[in-house]
Design a protein around this ligand. Structure first.
Ligand SMILES: [Zn+2]
Length: 510
């Protein structure tokens, strides 16, 4: 609850800046250093809440030269100031810590590994687990710093690749070298990352944008071939949404010992330099093997997840539903609409429909996997409701541009779509995101010859989704509601079809 809630000691301040300045000792598997945290008070107060996992030690917290008192409660750290901090004023503290981060979570959190050649390989990936498992910060999604510095001291000869623009490196004279990176944009905590290893670097260029790649030496030749896809990925996404969001930080792909993660401007990659998902056609319709899933998916998060971020993990479909939809946009840009629709629909078998997508807020709860596939199928359904591709592309572009660099909730998405389509799409969003079942079109034949009755069965009382029915190629749009209506048709029950590739709906013919 302390982790998930945006409690009073989080809400009383607004993050401005972090300088994470640490030393990583690979031999002792030890991390130590400080995070300088600058924030503006929004209300008068004497206490703020930060976070650091209990496995790590707090060495001291300084306000100027004054040591501050603090209280730890599980992974929350309540920091107390001797005088009242005033609303509107900016304050800065230095939070010193050290310890052995534990390996935990889906991606390992922070891992001290060896690469296949037996060299040091240290990486972080902590989405879900939370960044406070390896560094002190305000560990939540709503508030982000405006920019950040990352300084990482590591033994000479190793390379650290973190987020942002490489500023330089300095030999510290004690066998360690400090690598400095500057992030010019807001960044969510879980995106901040270390990648320490024997990396070699190469680059590519798209217009003015340099693309930087860091891989293990023995993978260089494979990577030069595989990572050429990054350019095409950027071209496709820029076509639909506008400029790459982190131009000043650059775009980077970094080899890592896990499948991949959307670390902002420093996407990590572990997809074996093969197309598909670990070399597999994971959607099973012959399209996935045309591209590298991790390059296309994780980089899509630069637009949805990193630039536009959900303000609570409960609404994480804004990251995953949209980014999965971006995969289909990449397919459409490269191979056309028919393949894109086929690709979107290939996700249907992965949808479980066991629980709603949007989960409880304020408790650090994460939605289930339906947020990816059902989220995408919902967006594809909305395209058919808008029923005008030129309008649809403008809507997507403007929606992204409107919310870029912001932290938003589902309500913001729905309000934007309603306002800019002039339609009431709320019942559609609600049905797919806040209920378990998808809408079912009830079709009743045989009451009278040449006639079909129709209505939606849905949880939303006002559910209303125009849908194409009849014969493929000569579809007719009807406007079913949750009340029975009827239409004339020359088609029999067997002949009468519904465009279920364009709308994610069930159909029940009787
Ligand atoms: Zn994703």
């Amino acid at each position: 609850m302390l982790r998930g809630a945006y409690g009073p000691y989080r809400a009383n301040n607004d993050l401005l800046y972090y300088h994470l300045d640490i030393r990583v000792d690979p031999e002792k598997q030890l991390i130590s250093g400080k995070n300088t945290i600058r924030f503006r008070m929004l209300k008068d107060g004497t206490r703020i809440q930060l976070d650091l996992r209990e496995t790590l030690q707090i060495d001291k917290i300084l306000y100027g030269a004054t040591p501050l008192k603090y209280e730890r409660d599980t992974s929350a750290v309540f920091v107390d100031f001797p005088q009242t901090l005033r609303a509107g004023q900016v304050y800065s503290i230095d939070f010193y810590y050290s310890g052995h981060p534990e390996e935990t979570g889906r991606f390992g959190g922070m891992t001290f590994k060896k690469d296949p050649a037996g060299r040091i390989w240290i990486n972080t990936a902590c989405e879900g687990t939370g960044a406070s498992m390896w560094w002190p910060n305000k560990d939540q999604w709503r508030d982000e710093v405006e920019n950040m510095d990352i300084s990482v001291a590591i033994p000479n000869g190793l390379v650290d690749v973190s987020n942002g623009k490489f500023v330089g490196k300095a030999d510290l004279g004690d066998g360690y070298t400090r690598w400095d990176w500057h992030v010019h944009y807001p960044i969510n905590n879980y995106d901040v990352s270390l990648n320490i290893g024997s990396y070699v670097h190469f680059s590519d260029q798209l217009g003015d944008q340099q693309l930087d790649f860091y891989v293990l030496p023995e993978d260089l030749e494979k990577a030069k071939i595989q990572f050429a896809q990054a350019r095409g990925m950027l071209e496709a996404y820029q076509h639909y949404f506008g400029e790459y969001p982190f131009v000043k930080d650059g775009y980077k792909l970094i080899e890592a010992p896990y499948l991949g993660m959307e670390h902002q401007s420093a996407v990590t990659y572990g997809n074996l330099f093969k197309n598909g998902y670990l070399g597999r056609d994971w959607t099973g319709v012959g399209i996935s093997l045309r591209f590298d899933f991790i390059i296309i998916h994780e980089s899509g998060h630069e637009w949805f997840g990193n630039s536009i971020t959900a303000a609570d993990p409960s609404d994480m479909w804004i990251h995953e539903g949209w980014t999965t939809y971006l995969e289909s946009l990449y397919v459409e840009y490269r191979w056309g609409k028919d393949d894109a629709i086929k690709y979107v629909n290939s996700y249907k078998p992965k949808v479980k429909n066991l629980r709603p997508i949007v989960v409880e807020r304020g408790v650090n709860a994460e939605p289930n996997q339906d947020q990816y596939f059902k989220g995408t199928l919902m967006i594809n359904t909305l395209r058919s409701v808008v029923n005008d591709d030129a309008k649809w592309w403008a809507l997507l572009h403007d929606f992204y541009q409107h919310f870029k660099y912001q932290n938003i909730m589902t309500e913001d998405v729905v309000a934007y779509f309603n306002q800019h389509t002039g339609m009431n799409l709320t019942p559609i969003f609600n049905q797919y995101l806040r209920h378990t079942q998808i809408p079912r079109l009830e079709l009743l034949f045989g009451e009278a010859p040449g006639l079909v009755m129709y209505k939606w069965r849905a949880d939303e009382d006002n559910f209303d989704l125009p849908v194409r029915v009849g014969t493929p190629g000569q579809w007719q749009i009807i406007h079913p509601t949750t009340q029975w209506q009827w239409m004339k048709t020359p088609l029999t029950k067997e002949q009468f079809q519904v465009a279920t590739d364009l709308y994610y709906v069930d159909v029940n013919k009787q």
